[in-house]
Structures are given as structure tokens and as C-alpha cells.
Design a protein around this ligand. Structure first.
Ligand SMILES: Cc1ncc(COP(=O)(O)O)c(C=O)c1O
Length: 393
């Protein structure tokens, strides 16, 4: 029966992870996979997580099934973290999902059930899994312009011109903060203008929040989402706790629909029904870690301090790399790296130059130049800057 089974095209990130693992060279540098690393290159379990886990192990009395939506304490705590009271709970339907990936998939399926003809607009540069997830859910996607190739900054006019073409009932996927892969975030004014543009077109925003706390801080990073939630009748959200709680392999995420109050029960039922069909109950352990942290003043403080350290380290790497590239190349064309934020930037290198970095220098990044700023440290920043100066000379 499997003779003609097509093999899935390996996701570029997964293929790169494999190639890096197979590379025997000492001193190879992994700037591909999107995980946070400390100065020593580790992705440690956060102290707040360790403490919460100890508490859970000591006190948990049952692991019997919960509801299809998952743990209510997790959902409530995440609603607070994401929305900060911007809308009443009576407008919010949410379910736990295995990671942010599944949240994106579930929301895409929700859209198909509600409006199968809708187009989901995605930024021209985006997380490589967005388009495949949307297609797998049976929906079509269409790009809107995002990064200006010349300046490396936001192509604001292009973006708004494209979004103006969205039809009522279409969906516009926006990165809540720390845009992956460009690191270009919308300003407060851009979010306000986005709200107005969506009001004019009747398109619904779908905010993917995978890096809250890595940009400017927990509240500032959610500012755009909160603005849209307070302004528009319908907002969809996919959230991930992989990065900001370091819970990658525990698979902690959340799918949310913010709707007018009379629609809440319908949406809660639809999201729970999707969970039932795809995996039934969301994993519990990681979500319980998150709610334990967020509901305990001391643990929350420990977590916020650790997250702030991670945020500061990544931003420090950005400044160090921009300065090193300025020195090595004698050009200011890499300065935008300092204005971008979050884990990623797209370095202005060609796929051939990316291959040269891998083959000749043992430096791994995605083919489009996506570089994990958290993968750098004080030793590797000059190595990367020299290699880039060489290949772009
Ligand atoms: C933009 C974006 N959305 C969603 C995710 C999904 O994260 P996870 O499924 O690991 O929670 C990621 C992970 O890299 C991401 O970058």
C-alpha cells in the first residue's frame, strides 16, 4: 500500500539541524534552529520552571484527563499574559494546544470551517512553517509585502497597499512581536494603522505570538495584539510558550478566538471540537508549569528576571554584531540589525554566500540568511563578522 507514498519535503530548518549534527568540525556555529542559547551555547531549563516542576511533582495527585480545552488555570493565566485585561473574559474563547505550531494549525482549520473561501494573508518573509500549515489545513495563503530589500526595514507602504486588497472575511496573519525571520516589528503607530486598515477591509487579524518578552518586554510586546483586541470585533491568536518559558519539547501553546460576547460559547465549542478530532486533550505538564509560575508572585518574579536576562543578551548580541560588521566591512549596511528585535534577522546574503559560510566556515544559517542572534556569543560574533566580510568583499 505504501509503494507510491510521497515523501514530505523536509522543512529547511529540520534539514539544517541534521546537517549541523552530522558536521564533524570543531568550532562549527549553529545559527539556524530557533532556540535561545546562553553565552556557553546551552539552552538551559529556566530556574522558575525547575521550581514549578518540583512543586507539581510534590503536589499533583492525579493525571486523569482534563477537559478538551485543557487546564483552566493555564488558559486564564495566558489570557492575562497576552491580553492584560484589554478585553473582558466574556469575549475570549481559548484552548490549550501542543505548542504554537498546533495552535496555528487549529486556527487555520477553524477558519476553514467558518469560511473556506477565505484567503490567509501572510507576510512575504515569514516563519517557514506558516504556508505549509495553512495549506495542510486546506486553506490558501497569499503574501503581503513586509521587508524592504533595499533598506532592510519595513516596507510600510507595500504592506498596507497589499492588505488593502484583502476581502471582508479574509484573514491577515501578523507576528505579535519579534517577527520571524526579519526581526522587524510594527511600531505603535503601525499597529494603530493596521487596526484602521482591517476595519476598512473587514479582514480579521490572526496574531501569532511566539516570542513575547524577547522584544521590548512582556507588556510592550503584546501592545499590538491588545490594541487590535480592544478595537476589532474578531481577533484570532496562536501563542507559544516554547521560547519565553524555555519549554520547547513540552509542547505548550494556546489557540484563542476573541469575539463578541454572544459568540464566545460557539467558538469555545468549535475550538474544543477541533482538539477532540486532532489530539483530544492537550498535553498538561508544560501548561501546568506555566500557570504555576504565573500564579505565584515569587516564581513569576524569578521567571521575569530570567526572561529579561535572555532578552538583554540577545539585544546585546545584535549591537555587538552590528559593530563588528561595521568594523570588518567598513560599511553601515548591517546597522539595521540593531534596530530589529527578537531572535532573528535576515542577513543580506545570497543563498550561495550562505552555502559558502557553511562549507568554508562551518557557520550554519537558513538559506535566506535567517540568523539566530541568540546563537551568537562574544567569541563567535567576530568569527561571523570576519566570515561575512570575506564572502561579501
Ligand atoms: C512565528 C512562530 N510561530 C509559531 C512557532 C511555533 O512554536 P512551537 O510549536 O515550538 O511552540 C514558532 C517557532 O519557531 C515561530 O517562530
Amino acid at each position: 500500500m505504501f509503494e507510491t507514498l510521497p515523501q514530505p519535503k523536509l522543512d529547511g530548518i529540520i534539514a539544517l539541524m541534521q546537517a549541523f549534527a552530522d558536521d564533524p568540525r570543531m568550532g562549527k556555529i549553529d545559527l539556524g534552529v530557533g532556540v535561545y542559547r546562553d553565552e556557553a551555547g546551552r539552552t538551559p531549563v529556566m530556574q522558575a520552571v525547575k521550581k514549578a516542576e518540583s512543586h507539581i511533582v510534590a503536589t499533583q495527585e492525579s493525571k486523569t484527563y482534563l477537559s478538551l480545552a485543557g487546564d483552566v488555570a493555564f488558559l486564564d493565566a495566558m489570557e492575562g499574559l497576552l491580553l492584560g485585561g484589554a478585553v473582558p473574559n466574556a469575549r475570549v474563547a481559548a484552548v490549550g494546544t501542543p505548542g504554537g505550531t498546533t495552535a496555528v494549525r487549529q486556527i487555520a482549520e477553524l477558519i476553514r470551517r467558518a469560511h473556506a473561501d477565505a484567503t490567509i494573508w501572510i507576510s512575504a518573509q515569514t516563519w517557514p512553517n506558516h504556508a505549509p500549515l495553512i495549506a495542510a489545513a486546506g486553506m490558501k495563503s497569499r503574501p503581503y509585502r513586509y521587508q524592504d530589500a533595499t533598506t532592510g526595514m519595513l516596507d510600510r507602504d507595500g504592506m498596507f497597499a497589499d492588505i488593502a486588497q484583502a476581502a471582508a472575511g479574509d484573514v491577515v496573519l501578523l507576528h505579535g512581536c519579534c517577527h520571524n525571520p526579519t526581526g522587524i516589528d510594527l511600531s505603535v503607530q503601525d499597529w494603530a494603522d493596521m487596526g484602521a486598515a482591517l476595519e476598512r477591509t473587514g479582514a480579521v487579524p490572526f496574531v501569532d505570538m511566539a516570542y513575547q518578552g524577547f522584544g521590548e518586554g512582556l507588556n510592550a510586546d503584546a501592545g499590538g495584539l491588545r490594541h487590535l483586541a480592544a478595537r476589532l470585533p474578531e481577533v484570532l491568536v496562536a501563542a507559544s510558550c516554547s521560547k519565553n518559558f524555555g519549554l520547547y519539547r513540552e509542547r505548550v501553546g494556546l489557540a484563542m478566538a476573541i469575539v463578541p460576547e454572544p459568540d464566545k460559547a460557539k467558538l469555545a465549542g468549535a475550538l474544543a471540537g477541533l482538539n477532540r478530532q486532532n489530539f483530544a486533550f492537550p498535553p498538561d505538564h508544560g501548561g501546568r508549569v506555566v500557570s504555576t509560575i504565573l500564579n505565584d508572585v515569587t516564581l513569576k518574579h524569578v521567571w521575569q528576571t530570567e526572561l529579561e536576562e535572555m532578552r538583554t543578551r540577545v539585544s546585546g548580541n545584535r549591537h555587538a554584531l552590528a559593530a563588528a560588521l561595521r568594523d570588518e566591512t567598513g560599511s553601515d549596511r548591517f546597522d539595521v540589525i540593531e534596530q530589529q528585535q527578537g531572535m532573528f534577522s535576515l542577513l543580506p546574503v545570497t543563498p550561495e554566500q550562505v552555502e559558502c559560510l557553511r562549507a568554508d566556515h562551518g557557520i550554519y544559517m537558513l538559506w535566506d540568511g535567517r540568523t539566530n542572534m541568540a546563537g551568537l556569543n562574544s567569541q563567535t560574533v567576530p568569527v561571523l563578522a570576519q566570515a561575512i566580510a570575506q564572502i561579501t568583499a
